[in-house]
Each structure stands twice: as C-alpha cells, then as structure tokens.
Design a protein around this ligand. Sequence first.
Ligand code: PLP
Length: 374
Amino acid sequence: MTGVNDLIDRPTEELPSPAVLIDLPTLRRNIAEMAKLADGFDVALRPHWKTSKCAEVGRLQLEAGAVGLTAATAAEVEALVVAGFEDVFWAYPPVGPHRIATALRAARQARLIVGVDSLASAEPLAEAAAAAGLTIEVRLEVDTGLGRTGVDPDEALDIAWRLAHTPGLVLEGVFTHEGHVQGVGADPERRTELGTAAGRLLAEVAERMRSDGLEIPSVSVGSTAGARSAPSVAGVTEARPGTYVYGDENQVAIGTIDPADTAMTVLSRVISTERGETVLVDAGIKAMSSDGSMHGDGRIGTVVSGSDGVSDGEGVLATGHEEHGFLRGSSPKRVGELIRIRPNHACGLTNMHSHVFAVENGVVVDIWPVLGRY
Ligand SMILES: Cc1ncc(COP(=O)(O)O)c(C=O)c1O
C-alpha cells in the first residue's frame, strides 16, 4: 500500500479501515506464556506459523525458545525459507509437482521435515529427492481422533517401516493434529481427556515403532485447545500450537483463551446508520473471513470495547457482505465512529490481509507484511 510506512508512530484512529491490529504487549505475553508451558512439559515448541505468516512474529517465537516453525502451504514454506528461517516442518502431504519442487528447493536451503500419511503421498517426493541426490526427513501423520489426514494408528507401524526403507527419505518421527479437542467446545474436562488421549495414543504408536527397531526421535502434537493436555503426556517430544499467538473469538468461546489475551482485532468504521438498529461497518467477509463461529449463532466477528479494548458487550457482526458488516446489539453509533472486532478465527483472518499493524498503547509501532498467502 502506498505510504503505509508513514503510518508508523501514528495513533490507530488515523489508520485506513478495515485494518488488522496486533497488540504487541499481548503478543509478547502469549509467546512467553506458551514457551513457559512447553518448557514445563519438557517438550520442544514448534509453533504453527499459519496463524501470523509474519516473519517478525516467527522471529519473536524463536527468540523465546521455539526450535523451529510449522507450515501448511507451499507458499508458507517458500516464505519462511526466503526469510531465513532454518528449521521448518511442513505438516501437509507433499502431493503434486509444485509441492515436490518446493520441498526440494527448501531442503537445499534449510532443515525441512515433511509430513506424510501414506506411501502414495511420500513416494513421488522420495523419487524426486533421490534423483536430486537429497534425503528428505519425513514424519508420519497419525489420526488420533480428528478424522482428517493421518494414518490409522493400527496401520502406522507398517507404513513407518516402508517409509524408513524408502531411498530418498529418512523417517524422523510421528505427528498428529488433535483438532477434535477444540471441537468439543466449552467443556474443559472433556478437552483434557481428549488431548491426553491423543498424546498417549501417539506416544504408544511411537513406542511400538521403536520396539520394532525404528528410530523415532520426534513425537509431535499440536493445537491451541490441546496445548495444556496433549504435550503433558510422557513420550511426547514436541508441541505445535498456532492460534495461541494471537488468540481469537472461537478460543474465547470455548474458554481456552482469555479475552484479555487476544492480540488480534480488526479496526473498522461505521459507514451507515440508515438501517436503524443494524449498523453498517466497513468490515465484511473480505476483512473478517468467512470462518464459522463456535458461539453457534453465525456471527462473523465480536465487537470489543472498553479502555482495555478487550471486554465484550458491544455487539456482534451478525453477518456480512463482501465489504459490508452488519453490526447488531451495539449501543447507538454515529457514522465515522470506530469499533474493534475480534475475529472468529485468527488464521483465516490473517490470510485475508496483506499486512498487519503492530500497536502499543494505541500507537502503530510497526507494520508487518503477511507473507506466503495463497
Ligand atoms: C497440522 C497442524 N498442526 C498444528 C496446528 C495448530 O493448531 P491451532 O491453530 O489450534 O493452535 C494446526 C491447525 O490447524 C494444524 O493443522
């Protein structure tokens, strides 16, 4: 954006809207807290970078002790390597020529570990790596309950053996994304139960492999909702939470993140009050993303208010068109008035924007490009 750097040192009220604000003190606190939690469990921390896609955030995470970062897309892997990050786990099947080419390029410049869940997804990468004279580290994904990618735990040993003996690959470990822990919603006991069970299942699978003669250095779990349970299990060696770094309304809704620990909001202006109690603002679907709400009421964002900028009670973005948000349940508003909105899902929101504004005490202190968007 032309002249965007002129906005550094300016109060947030002067920003063009909609604009993504990242509260720097909250961000730093979230990073420090998760580093402390991982330390307490004696596991390595490898945050999922898709939440921020900002090199600056990744560097803060590494400074706080993270061993490396996790990525989902080829564009994220490319961006991380170009930005100089040296240890990347690509937690996504390397299917298709573009992903194989990205993996080979990245593996020449950095330590790259690639997630696979079948021989079919691993063999083309193995062949390309062997032909290029490279050996690529792979982790086998195990489904511990989410029901997305990941091999059935009972079939993991057989596939691990084959991977370990495939030229061009070296089996580095096992991993899971225990996303089903978030799915149970606001039930802390059930979350702990499922997170612990996921960690236990993965550690058992790794133990079976070791008993069979395979070396399995890494046993990696990863999610924000499961961050207090899955990595606490003996045998788990690594945690990969992502959303924690910014926090979002869906984590607030289920009670895994306190509203005061959400660093990300969207600054928006009231553009019309012609619809009476429903007020129109300039943050619609293209600003907020269309990620669903765990409140179950279809909202696309939650308005925050108060001097701390985090307390609730100022209404919700009930729905949106592309550039129009429909604000309901708020106090009367004037055209031009500013509001701040907490997104349902931080990672989805990040991918909608080309940059974010790092702010402290209501002043812009830095502007961070969002890298590696599709
Ligand atoms: C493979 C993998 N690991 C880790 C994470 C991080 O989870 P969360 O964003 O809940 O912290 C995700 C998120 O989707 C993921 O897909």
